[in-house]
Design a protein around this ligand. Sequence first.
Ligand SMILES: [Zn+2]
Length: 302
Amino acid sequence: MRIHKSTSVFLFLTLTMVLTAALVGCAQAPQSAEDERENAVTQEAQEAQEAQQPSSTISDEVPQSQGAPAIDSRAAEFEVDPARTQWTFEAPQTKTVYLTFDDGPSANTQPVLDILDQYGIKATFFVTGINPDYLSMISECYRRGHTIGMHTYSHDYEQVYASVDAYWQDLGQIADVVRQQIGYVPCFIRFPGGSSNTISANYTLGIMSELAQEVVNEGYQYYDWDASCGDGAVHTADELVEATKADTAYGYQSIVFLMHDGAEKQTTVEALPRIIEYFQSEGYTFAPIDRSTCVPHHGIGN
Ligand SMILES: [Zn+2]
């Protein structure tokens, strides 16, 4: 009887801890895919602008990729491997924020890297192939200790979500680019629009449900986000800082934080130091995504 009582108490406590961890941890209410949706609207404008940008804006100091780069120790840990099926869904012990930058590399990637270096912070870049002149920045991000994840090659929703095969073709294209830049294909991905996007329903009904399962079966893991600076739409730096505070007011233990280093995101660069200092003042430390990062998944809407 006594044993049963103890067992019940133990089970109750365990359940309470798990539920608490889920609530305070990374299993938070799904964010809307609004940021990414709004971003898609500005995609055309971005591309038009990018077409006018000279390719010479990359610093001469940035090493250009020449042939297959040397594979470092992170390769063994981060390379996609269908045999590795363990992922973390528990919040870390200490308050941690994972800054993530989507839609680059672009002309804004270099200033983002310099700011991160100034603060001694490592982050994660979910890269695309939409700015061919800046692809060498992928290896530069990696060389400086940041994690490289794959976002999409084209970032064209109509194309990417035309079919399951079309998605894999697009992912294969960005995988080829990333392999050229860092020597291997990483397991970390982020769906265009996040897994909760409903834009994909315009092209293929149910595709997100299917892809969410398939990518994991193939050894990838998709990382949505817990909070955002709101730069999916056009905002001033002041507004981005305020949006950051509003979206993180719950004080989550683990925050995978969505930002963009795409071609039109100068105000994100401008706001970045204040966003970093805000998280520091709230007691957060910064980390790049790795296989031990608490995986945030949105609710799938298509
Ligand atoms: Zn994106």
